[in-house]
Design a protein around this ligand. Sequence first.
Ligand code: ADP
Ligand code: MG
Length: 253
Amino acid sequence: MLHLDAVSKQFGGLPALSDVTFRVPQGQITALIGPNGAGKSTLINCITGVLTPTCGSISLANGTNSQEISTLPSHAISRLGVARTFQNLKLFERLSVLDNVLAGLNNEAGSSLIMALLRLPYLRHRERQLKLRALEALDRFGLADKADWPAGVMAYGDKKRLELARATVSQPQLILLDEPVAGLNATETLAVEQQLRRLRQEGQTLLLVEHDMELVMGLADQVVVLDSGCVIACGTPDEVQKNPRVLEAYLGS
Ligand code: ADP
Ligand code: MG
């Protein structure tokens, strides 16, 4: 689904990513782990076009087609079906919970939501359909009863789930999740874990950045370990947990 080939990123001459190469297989959960500062968020930002890699190739495969995306702007990458959540929440705090999810459909809505203001019957119908889909997404994450709340007043755990609802509502090809359970309690974490399993069952491809090792090792099909911008291990959770380089990176010895 996603191929990264020798991706490097430097900030003012300092390397944040060096020669990162791995693949994200379709329909699986790939976890990207590594100590703080390893380059995980930088990599997600390169994949989503927030940052442009200094060199290397990132391509998105769709059937037999493969498209280089490392040079595309973020809106073009999002239009190709790559959605994400952010390590630090990026919600529209003053907009309603429902409108936040509708924002996740803006590729499809295009200008039709604006056109709906013209009150053309066809467009009103289209707007209703989009709203229904947004409500379904909220329902799936247990937030349907808060659809009218301003997003800003919700509890932190609800905000994290709202980000998931927004990222998944368009049924993207690939979803990148930057620390989806950070700051959540055990019950909330379990609920998110179940939702991620369900997404995989439905065929969704996920790339998950996460610090919660129990979650990662219990959930991921493949684990990629970054340390100081380099891939130091890649394999099944079992393989990676036994890898001496991984133990060393985490113990800092
Ligand atoms: P992680 O998400 O794994 O904790 P990051 O990708 O945030 O790591 O950071 C990797 C490295 O790149 C760190 O050394 C960080 O200080 C640096 N870095 C990240 N973003 C920037 C930036 N915009 N400008 C300069 N340095 C950055
Ligand atoms: Mg990070």
